[in-house]
Design a protein around this ligand. Structure first.
Ligand SMILES: C[S@@+](CC[C@H](N)C(=O)[O-])C[C@H]1O[C@@H](n2cnc3c(N)ncnc32)[C@H](O)[C@@H]1O
Length: 271
């Protein structure tokens, strides 16, 4: 990757990808790490950013990335040559972790992020990168749905207005019958905190997260959007220490705790 790259000016929601990159890379550099991702370590070591603003690293984003990888791999095993659309992909390196030579990969993010991605990540014949908002439905025209479509929105929908996120989910379901969409959602209490300005360290305030969806609400998406056939909650893989505690998992699976935590949602589209 060569010389160092300055991304100290990156702000707003785009800067959040440096947070998730840092957390994955720190995890991938540990001998007992829960993620195998040498490319994220290279990126992290190449890009200058005030990473300390995000506070101490934790396993959350590495485990979340693994949960997405597991579902994408399962989908590609059942749909060889299928298309993965990664909305708000940031500096995610899932394509290389998954390593499927037949996948067709569409990466969508805002122009300043795509510029960084194209500069720093290897170009691959199977990847098409689009510098546009995920809310601009033009990306849908680049998707060949013949061998199946799996859309990921990892760390994206919470940052968009609720009507935009729900509109995007609806339009994906209408446009890609038989496809899948996986996204993560935050609980209402966290959304509320971020709307008031939630500082996690002296120098970092999480951007507003207007869209929240609890597991109970996610389960009702098929009632609101008929083109969604089912929603399945995906569990985070177990990590180290508290992240590996089955007891804590059980506690957070009991209402009302269940509806007060983060959720990974896998939607299956009818058709
Ligand atoms: C928390 S980061 C997640 C990045 C990556 N998915 C990951 O898990 O590391 C949020 C990403 O969403 C992107 N983003 C924000 N608004 C967007 C929009 N309207 N369309 C596409 N991408 C957007 C940001 O640029 C950033 O890369």
């Amino acid at each position: 990757m060569g010389k160092r790259v300055d991304a100290t000016d990156l702000g707003g929601v785009s800067a959040t990808m440096m947070w998730t990159l840092r957390n994955r890379a720190v995890e991938a550099s540990r001998p007992d790490g829960t993620l195998d991702d040498p490319l994220s370590v290279q990126l992290y070591e190449t890009i200058d950013h005030p990473y300390e603003n995000f506070g101490r690293p934790d396993q959350s984003h590495a485990l979340r990335a693994r949960a997405f990888d597991i579902e994408v791999r399962l989908f590609l095993a059942a749909h060889p040559g299928g298309t993965v659309v990664a909305l708000g992909e940031g500096l995610q390196t899932s394509y290389w972790r998954i390593g499927d030579p037949d996948v067709r990969w569409l990466s969508v993010d805002l122009p300043d992020v795509v510029a960084l991605r194209e500069r720093l990540l290897p170009s691959e014949p199977n990847i098409t990168t689009l510098a546009m908002s995920a809310l601009d439905r033009a990306w849908m025209d680049y998707v060949d749905p013949d061998r199946g479509v799996f859309v990921t929105a990892e760390g994206l929908l919470m940052y968009l207005p609720a009507e935009d996120s729900l509109g995007l989910i609806t339009d994906c379901a209408r446009r890609f019958p038989g496809g899948r969409l996986m996204f993560d959602s935050v609980p209402k209490w966290l959304s509320r905190l971020t709307m008031k300005g939630f500082r996690i360290t002296r120098n970092y305030t999480i951007p507003p997260m207007p869209f929240h969806l609890s597991p109970g609400e996610a389960a009702r998406l098929p009632d609101w959007i008929p083109e969604i056939a089912f929603v399945r909650e995906v569990s985070l893989p177990l990590g180290r220490g508290l992240w590996g505690s089955r007891t804590l998992r059980t506690v957070f699976d009991v209402p009302p705790m269940r509806n007060a935590r983060f959720t990974l949602n896998l939607c299956g589209f009818a058709g």
